[in-house]
Design a protein around this ligand. Structure first.
Ligand code: MRU
Length: 341
């Protein structure tokens, strides 16, 4: 996708390591960085300098190719990268795409590049299938950031929006803030602003009211892991959004590439949910009047927090899964048909 007049993917290969857009600084600063060791790749994933399920997988794939070039021990490197974040299964998918070629650095890099390109192609397909669900002049609600920063070049939930706008439709996007890390107001709003796509940022708690008032036509979110029965883990707050959409009679779709499907988990109960630092809830970050990035405490000094980073939306609340293989039912049959196509 374009930033100004230059094309970028969220992560890419460079001679010196794995290049990436540091998403922690957006929307206030657009800075590029390079991770040139396994420790730096692991830290970029863990600290969420890069994030979003497919992007995490691509970063991990390039990270393994980098370690192969540096002749690092395979088991140790695989273990370090695979333990950076627990919920997005794309992390393991990216590592496994490169693992068989680890002993041959040139081939390992080719495998990482092929994985990257396959994720771009999958994200674009999601857009092609999903855009058919967006009617003329529709208002789409989304959660977190499931745009091109999160899934190379097109995104997952935002890919149908980009494709629909590309075909001449005037779509409006309702972007919820997505506490605590605010991926909605920081990243999704930034992406949409880059493309001049009309959008409104709302407080997380406002979505249910907008749904009931008939101001949202369709909800599309991404996923970090889809179980064999169609249950889907995504950013915390997705489940209440699905409940509110059901109550309001508004269709609720999950958009994800088939690399997000994990047949080794039978249902959502078995998906590991990442718990993150209390400080993400107790503090907020932003830009001061002087143009400095600052972090300020919101809650009382005495307060502690609970910070589950993801929740699971049961298949019964999901109208359909928009995958690169087509739109399928969130069910055992639907999930297996997506993997067959
Ligand atoms: O914690 P994050 O920001 O990595 O969580 C990201 C999400 O939950 C996205 O919605 C998900 O990865 C799908 S992105 C294409």
């Amino acid at each position: 996708m374009k930033v100004g007049d230059r094309w970028f993917r969220a992560v890419w290969w460079e001679q010196t390591g794995v290049g990436y857009i540091d998403q922690r600084l957006l929307p206030h600063r657009f800075e590029l960085s390079v991770a040139s060791s396994t420790a730096e790749v692991a830290s970029a994933i863990k600290n969420m300098a890069i994030r979003g399920a497919p992007t995490i997988g691509v970063m991990a794939a390039y990270g393994l190719a980098l370690a192969s070039r540096n002749h690092e021990d395979f088991e140790a490197t695989y273990g370090i990268l695979n333990s950076t974040r627990p919920t997005a299964v794309n992390l393991k998918f990216g590592l496994d795409a490169v693992a068989p070629y680890y002993s041959e650095p040139h081939t390992a890099l080719e495998a990482a590049r092929a994985h990257d390109d396959a994720e771009v192609a999958a994200a674009e397909k999601i857009g092609e299938h999903g855009s058919a669900l967006i009617s003329r002049g529709a208002t789409v609600s989304t959660h977190c950031n499931a745009g091109w920063l999160a899934a190379q070049d097109w995104g997952t939930a935002l890919s149908p929006v980009y494709k629909s706008v590309e075909s001449g439709n005037n779509v409006t996007v309702i972007v919820d803030e997505t506490r605590p890390r605010l991926q909605g107001s920081r990243l999704t709003a930034w992406e949409l602003a880059q493309y001049g796509i009309p959008h409104r940022v709302i407080a997380d708690g406002a979505t249910a009211s907008l749904l009931l008032r008939g101001e949202i036509d369709i909800v599309i979110t991404g996923a970090d892991r889809i179980a064999a029965n169609g249950d889907a883990a995504n950013k915390i707050g997705t489940y209440p959004l699905a409940l509110a959409a059901r109550e309001a009679g508004v269709p609720f779709y999950i958009a994800a590439p088939t690399s997000t499907i994990d047949l080794t988990v039978a249902s959502g109960d078995a998906i590991p949910i990442e718990e993150r630092d209390d400080d993400e809830v107790l503090y907020v970050e932003g830009l001061t009047a002087e143009g400095e990035l600052a972090r300020v405490r919101v809650a009382p000094q005495e307060s502690e927090a609970v910070n589950p980073a993801f929740d699971v939306t049961p298949a019964a609340l999901i109208t359909g899964l928009i995958t690169d293989a087509g739109i399928v039912e969130a069910s055992v049959d639907g999930v297996s048909s997506a993997l067959r196509n």
